[in-house]
Every structure is written in C-alpha cells, then in structure tokens.
Design a protein around this ligand. Structure first.
Ligand code: HEC
Ligand code: HEC
Length: 467
C-alpha cells in the first residue's frame, strides 16, 4: 500500500544556520522531544546545549532548548518507501510506540527518527525473521528529535520549530472540485451548497485577482471566540472555508481549507479548466501561464500553512473585525457564539484606500495586519528569525517595527525596519517593493501591490517618531 508521512511545521522549512561539527553532531544524535503542558512548551533533551543552539537561541534551559511551539501544518510529499535490510539496523534513539492521534496508519508501531528527514517505522509483529524498518520521507528539512506532542500526536523538531507528523494516506483529496460534492454539478461556477458568503475589509493582496469567499459549517456546530477583543473566531471540526480567485473575469483557482480534526487544517487547491466547468486538484505548487502574458502561482499544501499558521488560528480573514460591515455573515456566525461580540472593542480595520476620517496609520496598519500578521505575530515560527508583531492592536512600540532588522539590511545603510519620515531607508518598504527573494510575503505573489505600498509609505512619511 503506498504511504506517505507528512511533516508539519510552521514555516516554509528554512533551516537556521548550523555550522561545522555542531551541525554534524546534531544530525547524528537524535534526542527526545517532550511536551511540557504547564508551560505550553516543547523541550528537547539528549542534545548538548551546543548542538541545539543553531535551532534557536531564544530560550535555553539546563537540559536542552525551549522552543516556541508551532504545531500542525502540512506538506504533501511524494510517497517514499524504503525497506531497510536486517543489517541496516535503525538507530532507535528517540523512538516510541505511537498511540496518539494524527497518524492512524502508524498506531501501534515503533517509530523513530532515521536521519535524512525520514521516519523509521517498525511493526511489532512483522514477518518472521529480524524486524524490518520502513522509512517514510518526511518531506521537510528535519530534525534532531522525535517525541509526543500535547495530545500524544507525533511531534518532531524541525529547523523552524516543532512540527506534527500526520499520515496523509488516510485522506486522499478529491481530484476535482465537483468531486468534493460541495458544488451543484449543474452550476459549478455558482456558490458552493449550504455556505455563508462573506467579504473582508482588508483582503490579502493576490496580484490584483478578485475573490469570492465562503464558509460552510457542520449543522448545529458552535463557534468559539478567541482572545476576546481580537475578534478571532475558532471554528468547529468539519468547517470548510472556500476562496475562489478570478483574473480578468475568469476563474483561475479555488482554495479549500478544511478542518479535519481539532486544529488539523489542511489546504487544497484546484485549477479551473478553460471551459470553466470544473477545476482539478493541484498537487505540489504550480506556476501557470494566464492569457495576456500574466502568470499565476498555485500554492502547495505546505505553502497554505506557511500563512495559515497555528498562531493565527489557521483561518485568517474569518475574524470579526474583517467581517464587520460586510452584510450578514458576521451576524450569522455570531449566532453560533456563546456570547455576542463586542464590536466597539475591536480595533477597526480599514481598506488601504479608505477616505478620511481613516488615518494613514489605520490604512497602513490594517494592510500589515491583513497581509503580514499571520506570520508576524507572537507565537509564530517566524519569531525565531525576526521579531515583528504586525497585528493591528499591537501598540507601535511593541511591533518591533522601530528596531533594527534581524534578517539583513537588504542593502540599506543604517537600516531600521521603519525609519520615521524616510520610507526609502525602511526595510519594510524595501521588502514590499522587492520581487526577489527579499519579497514579503515570499509566497504566492509576483506583482507589487502599489496601493498597499503607497499606504505604508504615506504612513511612514507622516510618522513623527518611532517609540
Ligand atoms: C501568502 C500567504 C497565504 C498563502 C500562501 C495562502 N493563504 Fe489563504 N489566505 C491568506 C490571507 C491573508 C487570507 C485572508 C484574507 C483574504 O481572504 O483575502 C486568506 C484566506 C483564505 C481562505 C478564506 C478563509 C480564511 O482563512 O480567511 C481560504 C479558504 C484560504 N485562504 C485557503 C488557502 C489555501 C488552501 C492555501 C494553499 C493552497 C492558501 N490559502 C495559501 C493568506 C495566504
Ligand atoms: C509566510 C509567512 C510570512 C508572511 C505572510 C510575511 N512574512 Fe515577513 N518574514 C517572514 C520570514 C520567515 C522572515 C525572515 C526571513 C527572511 O528574511 O525572509 C520575514 C522577514 C520580514 C522582514 C525583515 C525583518 C527583519 O527584522 O529583518 C520584514 C520587514 C517583513 N518580513 C515584512 C513583512 C511584511 C510587510 C509582510 C506583509 C506584506 C510580511 N512580512 C509577510 C515570513 C513572513
């Protein structure tokens, strides 16, 4: 049976710099990963301080490294199956019998980290003779340690933080949009069946595409509100969010975000056919040509979770302040909440081109909130590299915008992330303007958002001081 394991980590899998012997030692000595519920932290033991240092130097304890935890994202990889022969015995450090959720195909089997980013699996009752190990590719730069996560799921240390391993074989995705049975086959271009249509105040910039958005909730299921005043909504298992992108009046892509189990959101994306009658599943990422010399990037499943982060609660635009003032969607969702949302307490978002009384600060901060804060916020894995919190209700002094850049000066002398009155010396602006590897966000955008850029530049030009 073809199988694949999927490693999940809250980043696009960037390895932090590890050099020389230290790197070699870390790769060679897997440790154990444990979850410390009282602290809400994952901790690695069995690694010397030096070995673990390249992973994060943020917080250290005597017995290892404390990482800011980011659980659950996904990368679909091609199946890789290698049967080790009897004399290639697996290095069994860090292994255990898996009993937890997330990877039903691995339950009852001995799992260990086999190096080269692979998961070794040994069945307790194999064929007669010496035990055989199956090596499953984790498809992401891995990892010095394996252990159990908070709920007993398989947790693994990656260069970017703590990830969860799930077995994706359990869940083949429908190969076309109509096969999802969310749409009426007679009206594939219409809206999906039984959904709430909604719109947001400040959309993600998607190279000028227009979008339609829907969310479907299981009948009778309740919602929860997170962080009170932030207006984030927590959706029930079984929720499906849908976003369709059109360019020049033609549907190009439909993205589905499905919550299969608690906090286990998986993204799927579909490319529309020329006849606009159905869309086919995109496996991996894809760059496609569009009429008029344009191009379109279809993100992979792991791209989805780079932005739809656990720290942001997975769904991004489906938060009360984004939905406020856009028809009945918020009221419909609010009916399923235990308590009403206090609209007055929400920091207001405005569109990038909002007329006064919207201020330049509101326009810019709204833009950064909507486009950037899913990664740049407290608790997200990008915090290992840079220290920005771009949520709209984070006071300017606490955003990190006024500090020095942590990820390079991008060629600007005496660079700061934001220099008051000087957009040209602000790394933030350079990142928005850039189309190379400095681009922010790095994913799924290949055209500069002139309106967003202008809003940010105007705000910086008018900014008297940075606290
Ligand atoms: C560059 C970051 C980024 C990537 C990559 C990305 N998204 Fe999103 N997505 C967003 C943001 C921001 C929003 C909310 C704003 C909006 O809807 O315009 C959003 C909204 C959505 C929504 C509506 C529900 C919600 O969360 O607000 C769906 C569905 C969705 N994305 C699916 C996907 C899928 C599936 C993928 C991968 C195939 C993906 N996205 C990749 C940033 C991203
Ligand atoms: C998918 C996650 C993600 C999103 C979305 C994202 N960023 Fe980033 N950002 C990163 C990562 C990772 C780094 C550090 C690595 C690098 O330099 O690319 C970074 C670095 C930066 C830096 C450099 C900060 C420093 O200290 O050097 C700036 C400025 C920045 N991002 C701005 C933005 C802006 C503005 C947006 C929205 C338009 C945005 N980012 C959206 C992940 C993201």
């Amino acid at each position: 049976m073809p199988r694949r394991a999927v490693i999940t980590a809250d980043s696009w899998g960037q390895e932090p710099p590890l050099r020389g012997r230290r790197a070699a030692a870390r790769r060679a000595s897997p440790g154990r990963l444990g979850w410390y519920r009282s602290r809400g932290e994952a901790r690695v033991s069995g690694l010397g301080r030096g070995h673990a240092r390249g992973l994060t130097d943020r917080t250290k304890t005597d017995d290892g490294v404390v990482l800011r935890v980011s659980r659950a994202t996904t990368e679909a990889v091609a199946p890789v199956l290698v049967f080790a022969s009897a004399d290639q015995r697996p290095a069994a450090a860090g292994g255990h019998i898996h009993r937890g959720p997330g990877a039903p195909g691995l339950v009852g089997q001995y799992v260990y980290l086999a190096g080269n980013g692979r998961l070794g699996v040994v069945a307790p009752l194999g064929p007669s003779g010496p035990p055989q190990a199956t090596l499953l590719d984790l498809g992401a730069p891995s990892s010095g340690a394996l252990g159990r996560g908070e709920r007993g799921e398989l947790a693994v240390l990656t260069g970017a933080g703590v990830g969860t391993i799930v077995d994706s074989a359990a869940r083949p995705a429908p190969t076309s949009l109509l096969a999802t049975r969310c749409w009426d086959p007679l009206a594939p271009s219409g809206q999906p069946i039984g959904v709430i249509a909604y719109d947001v105040t400040t959309p993600l910039w998607s190279d000028g595409a227009t979008k339609e958005r829907f969310v479907a909730l299981p009948a009778g299921a309740r919602l929860a509100a997170r962080h009170g005043a932030h207006g984030d909504l927590t959706f029930p298992v079984g929720t499906v969010a849908v976003k369709t992108f059109s360019v020049d009046g033609r549907r190009v892509e439909t993205r589905l975000l499905v919550q299969h189990e608690v906090e286990d959101w998986v993204g799927y994306t579909y490319a529309w056919n020329d006849a606009q009658t159905d869309a086919e599943l995109v496996v991996g990422n894809r760059l496609a040509a569009l009429p008029g010399g344009k191009s379109w990037y279809f993100p992979s499943t792991s791209d989805c979770t780079a932005c739809h982060t656990p720290a942001a609660g997975y769904t991004l635009g489906l938060e009360a302040r984004q939905l406020l003032g856009h028809g009945g969607a918020l009221a419909q969702l609010a009916q399923r909440l235990p308590a009403p949302i206090d609209h007055e307490a929400l920091a207001k978002l405005v569109p990038v081109a909002a007329p006064p009384p919207a201020t330049s600060e509101q326009r810019a901060r709204s833009y950064l909130h909507a486009n950037c804060s899913s990664c740049h916020r407290e608790g997200s894995a990008t915090g290992v590299t840079v220290e920005l919190d771009l949520r709209i209700d984070t006071p300017l002094a606490a955003t990190g915008l006024c500090g020095e850049p942590h990820a390079g000066d991008v060629g600007i002398a005496q660079a700061r992330v934001v220099v008051p009155r000087a957009p040209e010396r602000s790394v933030l602006v350079a990142r928005l303007r850039s189309l190379d590897e400095r681009r922010m966000p790095k994913l799924a955008s290949r055209v500069v958002d002139e309106a967003g850029l202008a809003a940010v530049e105007t705000w910086i030009r008018e900014l008297a001081s940075c606290p």
